[in-house]
Write a protein of this length. Structure first.
Lengths: 234, 325, 364
């Protein structure tokens, strides 16, 4: 099966800091690829580079074979890539419904239908539809963030640390939701929570110091305690 | 709705307290003048606060747009009055016609300048605050000098339509006409902006962008088009504000923009970045307090304005209605 | 017994120190200093003397502003206000409120320093906590307020007409004797010495551990905070220090020009001038102020001659005449062009080119 996403030797600088020093990875279609690594390894920077928020100084990013590293974020989003950033990025002063509407690329019958389906997927959001998004709980905000990404037909979903700051039971709900989505889209997931990562992930990459240092099936990494200790300190 | 209570109490205090020191008839005149001044400042501040809120740009050139709007309106007014005498005429229709044409001129010129400024001057330095400030400062100087070159450096008398001048006699109280018109216009503009922001898709995206413009881009919207749009609309508002101010004071001069810009800045600080309602509340607050104090202790007027700004910053550093980022 | 091996930081510092003696820029600066000291002897014209000292004063003022925007990274519009405070403090102490004596002169400086220091700390404490843009606006508001206050409080400040203090003793009368120096010359050398002293002080400040921390904060505030530095305190110290330097320079300005009014000492024109000087010279270079001041003030002295030229050439068309008269227009255009094409300024660009060519640590 063709790769949905391919990064080749990507280098990204932020100001004077050379953050990504050669990241290469391949994302298979209809699978969940997990990016692991310690804090500061460059995982979020990688996601932001894919999304076009940061521009790589070297290397290339290809989506379904076509180079996207020179495109603006909004063009990349319109190609069918959804992004759920770290910290959710929801608009606190807007209502839940308004948040979802902003996510729509255009107001049409189809997009309203998709909106209904997202609300059906996350009943809490339906209940708080007119509430200000800032008043939601952590878990609900995360659901909203993911819901927003699903309002459009996406072929690739980038999710950055969804379980951060959430209570274990909420994380359980999250895993259920993500597993339901898994069948419909290709997902790249950045996760520090290894248990969650191993339950959802098919493939994994480990990053350290701005480079990818390990690649392989998730199951293999989960089984190898020496590797886990070496790269993740667990 | 929770915020309405302190607002109502505050408004009541602000309006009623001065009655202690000022007798009712003067109070009414001052209140009208204060509200009018507030509305005119609101016109300038509303654009400024949206530009800050959405684009994170400190737009010093806003003052120059104020001046250009005034001069553009002035030129049209002089032409129309020169050819058809619509300002000097006692007909309300003619007066209104001239007024609308002048406003249209101010809007068109300021809007166009706004687009040009955003594309050429602001966009290249987007993200670098220091350079933005410098470059908009430089642009202001150039624009102001161009006015001096084209129209001359001296004050000019602004033709004001006859029926807009003078006053009404309401129950033995003198109520000046032009300020009331200014208040009406301001209220219209405020209503229009609220409608745009809350009931249209464009407004929705702008509101989202004010909170987090990176997120809006990532969701598939070309934020730069919104930047240009907001900048242009804000500029047009400043232009209208300039024209109105010119008619209010019946004279215009090249430096008028710079002089009023400081009030607009203070109002934006008080009201909070990115909030149109905030800038309305702040503007009315400043307008009213300035007029009341100026009547009682003329030299303390600007001091009181600064004092309010300091007070608000102490209590609420992001401004009364600030959208914290 | 041998001394313990130096730590990496110590080694780097002594290497940098040695480099400084070898660096060509040191000799350029010594040459400039010599030029200033010898000028009165070589060129007896009063106009040149005036220009030279003004360049020195404004170069130092620009450098102090550079400490705020270049090294600390804060955009503030209050700098000219502090300059104005110093100017007025000295003018009042020696003129209106006091007598023309040395004591009062020093008192003026001291009062200015205290007022500015306190104000800088107060304004800083309360506005540094907000976003950068906000801070810029707030300082602008305060500066405007100060200007309006100066104009309206005529009883104290002489309003728009300003004050014309007389200098005490040696500064007015001169020091006959071995060198036969006139009052002007005594003032000239004293002020030059003060400027030099302040400049060196700022240079030490910027290169001290405190200064380096500031630069780290400027480059990446979040990281500095994560490393445990209370950025707020550092920024406050730096901006207050720079404000006090500006105050002293304001007092010096009064001593030289012997006339103070709101427009010339407190107004936005001074702020814009200083800003442009720093931009032209180069933000974050400290010495860039010298280049910027020399360029701007030099051009302004020459421009009136050009203006006369313009008037005669374009005698027919009024618009063309106005175009050639309004040098402010070109000032504004220059501003914009410099920001676009030379954001690093003259010195900054030179340093960048030098750094690219060699691997030695950058001097300054």
């Amino acid at each position: 099966m063709a790769d949905v996403l391919e990064l080749e030797a990507v280098h990204t600088d932020i100001g004077q800091h050379h953050i990504l020093q050669g990241v290469s990875l391949r994302v298979r279609a209809d699978a969940v690829t997990v990016l692991l690594g310690r804090n500061g390894a460059g995982k979020t920077t990688t996601m932001r580079t894919i999304m076009g928020v940061l521009r790589p100084s070297r290397g290339s990013v290809r989506f379904e074979g076509r180079p996207i590293h020179t495109l603006t974020p909004h063009a990349i989003a319109r190609l069918g890539i959804g992004y759920v950033p770290e910290g959710q990025g929801i608009f606190a002063t807007l209502t839940v419904e308004e948040n979802l509407r902003v996510a729509m690329l255009a107001e049409s019958a189809e997009s309203r239908e998709r909106l209904r389906r997202v609300l059906a997927l996350f009943p809490d959001l339906e209940r708080f539809r007119q509430a200000r998004a800032g008043t939601l709980s952590g878990g609900q905000k995360q659901m909203l963030a993911i819901g927003r990404a699903l309002v459009n037909p996406v072929r690739l979903l980038l999710i950055d640390e969804p379980s951060k700051g959430l209570a274990p039971i909420v994380v359980e709900h999250l895993i259920d939701a993500l597993q339901a989505m898994k069948r419909q889209a290709t997902v790249v997931l950045v996760e520090q929570n290894f248990a969650m990562a191993s339950r959802l992930g098919d493939d994994c990459y480990v990053m350290d110091d701005g480079r990818t240092v390990h690649a392989g099936p998730m199951a293999a990494l989960a089984a190898d305690s020496a590797l886990k200790r070496k790269y993740l300190g667990i | 709705m929770k915020r309405a209570a302190p607002l109502v109490i505050g408004a009541a205090l602000l309006l009623l307290l001065p009655l202690v020191a000022i007798e009712p008839r003067a109070w009414l005149t001052l209140t009208v003048a204060g509200l009018a001044m507030g509305m005119l400042i609101f016109l300038v501040a509303s654009g400024l606060t949206l530009i800050f809120g959405l684009m994170d740009v400190l737009n010093f050139a806003h003052g120059a747009l104020f001046s250009w709007g005034a001069y553009a309106g002035f030129t049209v007014a002089m032409l129309v009055n020169g050819h058809w005498g619509w300002a000097a005429s006692p007909s309300v229709v003619a007066n209104a016609g001239l007024f609308l044409l002048a406003v249209a001129a101010a809007v068109v010129v300021a809007f166009g300048l706004g687009i040009a400024l955003e594309r050429v001057i602001v966009r290249p330095v987007y993200g670098q605050h220091l350079f933005q400030i410098l470059i908009t400062l430089g642009a202001t100087i150039v624009l102001e000098e161009l006015i001096r070159i084209a129209w001359g450096p001296n004050d000019q008398v602004m033709p004001v339509p006859l029926t807009f001048q003078g006053s009404w006699d309401v129950a033995d109280v003198v109520v000046l006409r032009f300020p009331v018109i200014a208040i009406g216009l301001g209220a219209l503009v405020y209503g229009g902006m609220l409608w745009l922001l809350n009931r249209t898709r464009v407004g929705l995206i702008v509101r989202a962008g004010v909170e987090n413009n990176e997120m809006v881009q990532v969701m598939g919207h070309d934020i730069h088009r919104y930047f240009t749009g907001v900048f242009a609309v804000g500029s047009a508002l400043a232009g209208v504000g300039g024209l109105m101010w010119g008619m209010f004071s019946q004279s215009i001069r090249p430096s008028m923009g710079g002089e009023q810009l400081i009030f607009a800045f203070i109002v934006v600080i008080i009201g909070g970045l990115g909030s149109v309602t905030g800038s309305l509340v702040g503007a009315l607050l400043v307008g009213l307090s300035y007029n009341y104090v100026a009547y009682l202790v003329p030299k303390a007027a600007i001091g009181v304005t600064m004092g309010i700004m300091v007070l608000v910053l102490l209590v609420r550093p992001t401004g009364l209605y600030g959208v914290g980022k | 017994m041998s001394a313990p091996a130096p730590t990496p930081v110590q080694a780097a510092r002594s290497a940098a120190r040695r480099e400084r003696w070898r660096a060509p820029s040191l000799y350029v600066r010594l040459a400039l200093l010599a030029a200033w000291v010898l000028l009165p002897a070589v060129v007896p014209s009063y106009q040149m003397l005036d220009l030279a000292l003004k360049i020195a004063l404004f170069a130092t003022l620009a450098a102090s502003y550079d400490v705020v925007i270049g090294y600390t990274g804060i955009v503030s519009f209050g700098h000219a206000m502090f300059f104005g405070f110093g100017a007025y403090a000295v003018a009042l102490a020696v003129g209106r409120l006091g007598a023309s004596t040395y004591g009062h002169l020093l008192l003026g400086f001291a009062a200015g320093i205290v007022i500015s220091g306190v104000l800088a700390v107060v304004v800083g404490a309360f506005s540094l906590r907000v976003k950068a843009i906000f801070f810029a606006m707030i300082t602008l508001a305060f500066a405007e307020f100060a200007l309006i206050l100066a104009v309206q409080w005529g009883a104290l400040t002489g309003g728009e007409d300003g004050l014309s203090p007389k200098l005490p003793g040696v500064f007015a009368a001169g020091a006959p004797g071995a060198f036969g120096l006139s009052g002007r010359l005594v003032t000239y050398y004293t002020l030059l010495a003060i400027c030099l002293g302040l400049f060196l002080l700022m240079s030490r400040f910027v290169h001290s551990p405190l200064g380096r921390t500031l630069q780290a904060i400027r480059d990446n505030e979040l990281r500095a905070e994560a490393l445990g530095y209370r950025t707020f305190v550092f920024q406050l110290i730096a901006s207050s220090f720079a404000s006090v330097v500006a105050t002293v320079l304001g007092g010096c300005y009064t001593m030289w020009v012997r006339y103070v009014n709101p427009e010339s000492a407190l107004g936005i024109p001074i702020m814009l001038d200083v800003l442009l000087m720093v931009i032209i010279g180069g933000i974050g270079t400290l010495y860039g102020g010298v280049v910027g001041a020399a360029f701007l003030l030099g051009a302004r002295t020459l421009l009136p001659n050009l203006r006369g030229l313009g008037a005669s050439v374009f005698a027919g068309s009024e618009i063309l005449q106005r175009l050639s008269e309004r040098w402010l227009l070109y000032f504004g255009i220059l501003f914009v062009l410099v920001v676009f094409f030379f954001p690093r300024g003259v010195l900054g660009t030179l340093r960048e080119m030098a750094a690219r060519r060699s691997t030695a640590p950058p001097e300054g």
